[in-house]
Ligand binder design. Sequence first.
Ligand code: 2P0
Length: 349
Amino acid sequence: EDSSHKYTMVTCTAPVNIAVIKYWGKRDEDLILPVNSSLSVTLHQDQLKTTTTVACCRDFVEDRLWLNGKEEDINQPRLQSCLREIRRLARKRRSDKDSTVDVSGLSYKVHICSNNNFPTAAGLASSAAGYACLVYTLARLFGVEGELSCVARQGSGSACRSMYGGFVQWKMGEREDGKDSLADQVEPETHWPELRVLVLVVSAERKPVGSTSGMQTSVETSSLLKYRADSVVPGRMDEMTSAIRRKDFAAFAELTMKDSNQFHATCLDTYPPIFYLNDVSRRVINLVHRYNRHYGETRVAYTFDAGPNAVIYTLQDHVSEFVQVVCHFFPMESNRGKFLQGLPVASTT
Ligand code: 2P0
């Protein structure tokens, strides 16, 4: 039998995470070190996710990558960082363990195939799930275990948070080498089973200003961003952690909305300004506040990332009513019966 054609293949999935305390701004562009800590909720595995298959084979002549079926440039620096880091950890582990172990497989080239079940680059955290999945899958293929959020972070900042389920914080860290800029779980996915996430797809188009260049301009030009990072986020991280631990929805929701609003305010304070929200986004914001005011309590929260799509946090009991309200105020044909694997998705364009 010709053994040269043998290949090893691993497939993994990683879910999207939606930040409730936003990451915006880096203090180190290469290592991807943030100017503030952030906190997010990782969605359930079978909702918005990336699926990645990595194969390695002695016959492969170069590393290659396909994203949603289309071949992409493998020489992107962040992709190279992740590949290099995982291979380095794999070598280290094998040489620590048993120097006689065959390490030839480590020099094999890999073919990576990655698919999202949601629109890429529409502000739906596709790079977070993508890099988390890539790093995790490569680690499985090469037999690497342990702390990997540090590697995922070097692919995309928000990716480090998708390495864990449930409620996850990314601690900004203090070190220059980034070794303490890691994600860790605040509470597991089982902690707050009534919590629900709704994604209102306002637009599935690519965003005009990418997160990486957007936050770079914000760091350079926005004094509000500096104020936010130094004086607002540290307190909010503590308050948010406490609200989550207590399962205090009103406190969680209010902090989430305020932090989203401050993030978009820093975008507006950036020069030239960055606009991620559109008229539909703003109508959703008003609708949420009117809905909460109607009940005299905070039942629903919105949050927006680097795009116009609204992410809604609410509790199980209020999902169907709020979906009805959204469908009433956004009466589009495409809204009807459009559910993404149990996750209600209201498409408004
Ligand atoms: C977040 N966002 O905390 C924030 C809120 C967008 C708005 O993390 O340059 O794609 O790859 O580190 O992680 C988007 O930024 O940026 C992001 P890079 P990333 O989810």
